[in-house]
Design a protein around this ligand. Structure first.
Ligand code: FAD
Length: 320
């Protein structure tokens, strides 16, 4: 019996959010007195798979079929269902992302498992299997007790701290009897890179709103982001006005980020925006209006004009 976890990669490089998922699965496995098994499919180097041992995987089940470099929802469902049955898995972990959304519900149906999406922390097993998740666009938390025998948990990226340890994973081949139809549905996920860092993986994010006045001032956001090694993001009206591309827009209708630091410059802090950023560990708000709602969600606030504050902040960061 082991907890299995689906690992995602981009052209053979395992994604940071999947390392989090492996660590999360290992944590659940430890609580259940068992081990975690990572499922890797497609063209991935042995060293990448071995590295999963450093994040708590005891075993890697590998299926090196080149068709699996692309995400075929049915094929990946069959892989997870096969692996779960083979391993007698009580818990299956996937990510709460575009891929996980396509696969995890299918797996749950086939295994007659309860599913919880958007998990934010390791389940509390003192009385059941209680998973914390966000509800009402990040306004509240829900604690969901999954009572089915087999459970599927979709972990929200950037919600489980990543700590590299030292360990080793045994790599074994997984054999799956595919049907041609398994390759009929392809899910395409494109990681857009803003500046140097992909927004979904970023630990630091500098974000701008309508208070930036126009695209001509975005150099101030990019300058600070460059100094910090951060990704850039924006509010929805900014993307709607084509000041920034839509893949940078965060919030209820955009991306969700959970970085260690989210700097919001000239953003009012509407509930729809907060839905995408409220999981950030530290929020710094720069706004000229002391009544801006974002200050209520902020750890640190600067009441001031972004045109003055951002250059000074960038200069201060340069000195470190
Ligand atoms: P504004 O509300 O115009 O705020 C600009 C802020 O900048 C103000 O607080 C102002 O005080 C400040 N400011 C102005 N000039 C300066 C200056 N010189 N220096 C410092 N501060 C300054 N929004 C999202 O962001 N993401 C979403 O996913 C999203 N989804 C939505 C879904 C629905 C169904 C709806 C109805 C709305 C959605 N919205 C979303 C829009 C949301 O309600 C807000 O309208 C939007 O977030 C406001 O963007 P903003 O803060 O950039 O602009």
């Amino acid at each position: 019996m082991s907890v299995i976890v689906l690992v995602e990669h981009t052209e053979g490089t395992i994604k940071k959010k999947s390392l989090e998922a492996v660590q999360y699965a290992a944590d659940i496995a430890k609580k259940l007195g068992t081990t975690a098994t990572a499922i890797v499919a497609g063209n991935v180097a042995e060293s990448e798979m071995q590295n999963l041992g450093n994040y708590g995987a005891a075993k890697v089940l590998y299926i090196g079929d080149n068709r699996l470099n692309q995400l075929h929802a049915r094929a990946f469902t069959r892989i997870l269902v096969t692996a779960a049955r083979q391993e007698g898995s009580p818990v299956i972990v996937a990510l709460h992302d575009v891929n996980g959304r396509a696969i995890a519900p299918r797996v749950a149906v086939q295994l007659k498992a309860g599913l919880v999406s958007g998990a934010l922390s390791s389940p509390d097993m003192s009385d059941g299997f209680v998973v914390k998740k966000s509800a009402f666009s990040g306004k509240a938390f829900a604690f969901v007790n999954v009572t089915s025998q087999v459970k599927v948990v979709m972990l929200a990226p950037n919600s489980f701290p990543l700590v590299k340890g030292e360990g080793s994973a045994v790599i074994e081949n997984l054999t799956v009897a595919f049907d041609e139809k398994d390759f009929g549905v392809t899910v395409q996920s494109v990681d857009q890179i803003t500046g140097e860092i992909p927004l979904s993986d970023a630990e630091l994010v500098v974000s701008g709103g309508r208070g930036m006045k126009g695209p001509e001032n975005w150099g101030l956001i990019e300058g600070l982001a460059k100094e910090l090694g951060a990704a850039t993001a924006c509010s929805r009206p900014v993307a709607d006005a084509h000041w920034r591309p839509h893949h940078e827009h965060v919030g209820q209708t955009g991306g969700t980020v959970r970085p260690n630091l989210y700097i919001a410059a000239g953003i009012s802090g509407a509930i729809q925006h907060l839905a995408g950023v409220s999981g950030s560990k530290t929020i710094v708000v720069i706004n000229k209006d002391p009544e801006a709602p974002f200050f209520k969600a902020a750890n640190y606030g600067v009441v001031g004009d972004v045109m003055e504050v951002l250059p000074r902040l960038t200069e201060a960061v340069k000195k470190f």
